[in-house]
Ligand binder design. Sequence first.
Ligand code: NAD
Length: 352
Amino acid sequence: MLAIGVNGYGTIGKRVADAINAQPDMRIVGVTKTSPDHGASLAVDRGFPLYTPADRVDAFESNDIPISGTIDDLLAASDLVVDATPGGVGEQYLERYHEHDVPFILQGAEPDSAVETSFSAIANFDAAIGAKSARVVSCNTTGLSRTISLLDDAFGLTGARVSLIRRGGDPDQADRGPINDVLPDPVTVPSHHGPDLATVLPDITVHTMAYKVPTTLMHTHAVNLTFDTTPTPNEIRSVLDPERRITLLPADQGIRGIASIAEIGRDSGRPRGDIWETCIWDESIAVEGEDVFFTQAIHQESIVVPENIDAIRAMMKTASASESIERTDEHLGVGQWPGTDSAERVLSTANK
Ligand code: NAD
């Protein structure tokens, strides 16, 4: 049983912590909070031992929130730590992770140069086997790496162009925007997403442009790909449909936009309404001449959660790619989508 610490118990950290405790082969030894806020109370209610920086212990104790020790105590008790602190903060912890000689996973906003490898389970699980540090790539990169790596493997990618329509912020980020605008973000080309994809798919060039819009629900990607051999729409479906981490949204279900997908997540009783799958509108898959098109949606708050679990197993060398992905998906419920026969889904090649 692997003992895992989570440093940074926010949007990503709280989901990863629950996902770890849902697995049979790992458990949470503790999570960290810097403020005695509602998130700290949630962690205590969930039964997670709470750790904090040494100079913050008094703040928790004076609010009657029990503290199990300092962040250094947690690092000493952990076989591996998942860092889910805000972008740029994870990098500040590197020295301490190295001092404690504890393997660590960073999230997408941290630089690729801070770790041995960036990680996305379907694209490059094996690159993280036995690594002491890894970075789970961002939500957008994770979503793109799944579809693009599978289709490249099947048909030989020759060109890729993606326009990303990005959510302005997460639902609890009151200070994020825009609230009445569309922002090219960045206005320059490419956005960072194409180069970020190259950290897990080094042989592939994807040209990306990105725009922020006033929604908190999900990101949307307009994808245009070309291949050595142009596949038919049904050949594309036959590659994507068997993957539990990809959902083809059926044409007859009336899923008009990301709000419908979010509603399905909530109505089907998923934790926090999470959508771990890359969601592709089945009807959007089209071939025009040599160009392949489709539209996909990405739930930014949860798509990286199964990836963190697989990165733990890869780094600790406790499972192969296919074993880990299957175990993660089974214990989280990934791929169980209303109106599809999840039981018939099979895991195709996870490891290139
Ligand atoms: P968040 O702000 O929701 O959570 C971060 C948590 O870390 C908060 O609980 C905060 O209190 C805590 N924290 C702040 N400073 C700390 C410190 N010095 N030590 C320990 N804890 C500290 O952030 P998030 O959205 O969960 O993002 C975390 C990482 O995940 C970032 O790298 C981000 O880019 C990445 N990520 C975020 C999303 C998303 O959409 N939210 C998606 C994919 C990846």
